[in-house]
Design a protein around this ligand. Structure first.
Ligand code: ATP
Length: 439
């Protein structure tokens, strides 16, 4: 089966990505904008499926979670309270010869890796993007593009408690864009300046935080496995005490073995009561919680699983990529989980013969009401299977001349290439069952 892609293979992936419409360089016709990417017709479906899978697992399938969609622009005081104005910075050095800039904590040598020149002293560089609200551009109108979605949740804590009557332990989750003016973005969509996050803030009684942290770490780790990432390419890494963020008591990173090495997909942090306490202090509002059971009032502690949509999408995609020998040819196939694949079913009439076309189109209409379905009648059936394998379509349905007589079609499984023939009347039900339970 599949393996870890060697570093050099990233070029292959980037080229497949462009050729088939997964990811394009942003503003490409103008020469592109550094480290910004656009998701094409297949990429957008893959990414939506990743977000849906997360939303289902973190919110819909649990009783103790609700969703939220907070604005990107927030009151500037939010970022003072959260500590981002003061702390959200990386150490920046500049080469005195070529003027290139680097994050000093990521450098392996004391000299510039580009020209060998000497560096300036490191200075702190704040990663928040800022802009102005309204037509006046002065500091009193300055606002930030959020560098994390989490703060939108903390400032709505009381609104959610009052409107949903949720009892602790419970959590609030959201998916949305975040922005960081990274000094050294790169590795395709791994590190960009505009990206999407999937974050949950789970509010617990102080003292129960450590066991909740471990429960979330396990749940989140298992989620990546259940959607197809192989265990040997995933690992947990606990933060060293000197590595912890200013708000965190303990943190575990879930890391994926990317072609360039291990990289973080998601961090699960024990944020204690830092955020609610700070927002209470800065806003003057009461953000404590009265616990009916223990008759105590306290500021809840928070467990935060915080993952990147783009990084998860990239990891699912890379881990699914394989090249298999097929006679004299190579079959490029994405073994994407059937619920993540951008196209779920391909409807392939054996030929363009008119008698087949109307039956095939009828079945296509039926399928597309239930599944993301693609119709393809161009070129040989073998080529069409390869085209679908390359984008990870789990099921191909073939309509042939026998279909006209026996009202049956053939379903082909992408991974095993097994085929079964079943009545059209059972097609939707059979596919739904296979999508739910596998082939
Ligand atoms: P890193 O150490 O890689 O910079 P981080 O620890 O700063 O990441 P967090 O603040 O924990 O990241 O953000 C939560 C998640 O958001 C990360 O696990 C990652 O998946 C995603 N993320 C953070 N920064 C970026 C970025 N620049 N581009 C894409 N995704 C990002």
């Amino acid at each position: 089966m599949a393996r870890v892609l060697p570093h050099g293979d990233m070029e292959k992936i980037v080229s497949l990505s462009k050729r088939r419409g997964f990811i394009f360089q942003s503003s490409e016709i103008y020469g592109g904008l550094g480290s910004t990417w656009d998701y094409g017709p297949l990429g957008v479906e893959l990414k939506r499926n990743v977000k849906d899978a997360w939303w289902r697992s973190v919110i819909i399938e649990r009783d103790d979670m609700v969703g939220l969609d907070a604005a990107i622009l927030m009151h500037p005081r939010v970022w003072e309270a959260s500590g981002h104005v003061e702390n959200f910075s990386d150490p920046l050095v500049e080469c005195k010869s070529c003027n290139r800039r680097f994050r000093s904590d990521q450098l392996e040598s004391d000299n510039c890796p580009e020209c060998g020149g000497e560096f300036t002293e490191a200075r702190r560089f704040n990663l928040m993007f800022h802009t102005f609200m309204g037509p006046v551009e002065d500091t009193s109108h300055e606002v930030f593009l959020r560098p994390e979605t989490a703060q939108g949740i903390f400032v709505n804590f009381a609104n959610v408690v009052n409107s949903t009557r949720k009892k602790i332990p419970f959590g609030i989750a959201q998916i949305g864009k975040s922005f960081r003016n990274e000094i050294t973005p790169g590795n395709f969509t791994f590190r960009t300046r505009e990206f999407e996050q999937m974050e949950a803030e789970f509010f617990v009684k102080p003292g129960t935080d450590e066991s909740w942290l471990m429960k979330w770490v396990k749940d989140r780790f298992d989620w990546y496995i259940s959607y197809g990432i192989r265990q040997e390419n995933l690992r947990l890494r606990r933060h060293d005490p000197d590595e912890l963020a200013h708000y965190a008591k303990d943190t575990y990173d879930i890391e994926y073995r990317f072609p360039w090495g291990w990289g973080e997909l998601e961090g699960i942090a024990d944020r204690t009561d830092f955020d609610l306490r700070r927002h209470a202090e800065f806003s003057g509002e009461d953000l404590t919680y009265f616990d009916d059971e223990s008759k105590e009032r306290y500021t809840p502690y928070v467990i935060e699983p915080s993952g990147g949509v783009d990084r998860a999408t990239l990891a699912f995609w890379l881990d699914s990529y394989d090249e298999e020998e097929d006679g004299n040819a190579t079959r490029v196939v994405l073994h994407l989980h059937r619920k993540l694949a951008p196209v779920t079913v391909a409807l392939l009439p054996l030929s363009r013969n008119e008698r087949l076309a109307s039956t095939a189109l009828g079945i296509y209409d039926l399928l597309r009401k239930h599944f993301n379905t693609q119709f393809d009648d161009a070129q040989s059936i073998g080529r069409r299977y390869r085209r679908q394998d390359e984008i990870g379509t789990p099921y191909c349905v073939t309509v042939d001349f026998d279909t006209l007589d026996d009202q049956q079609v053939t379903i082909r499984d992408r991974d095993t290439m097994y085929q079964v023939r079943i009545p059209v009347a059972q097609l939707v039900e059979v596919l739904q069952d296979k999508i739910e339970h596998g082939w």
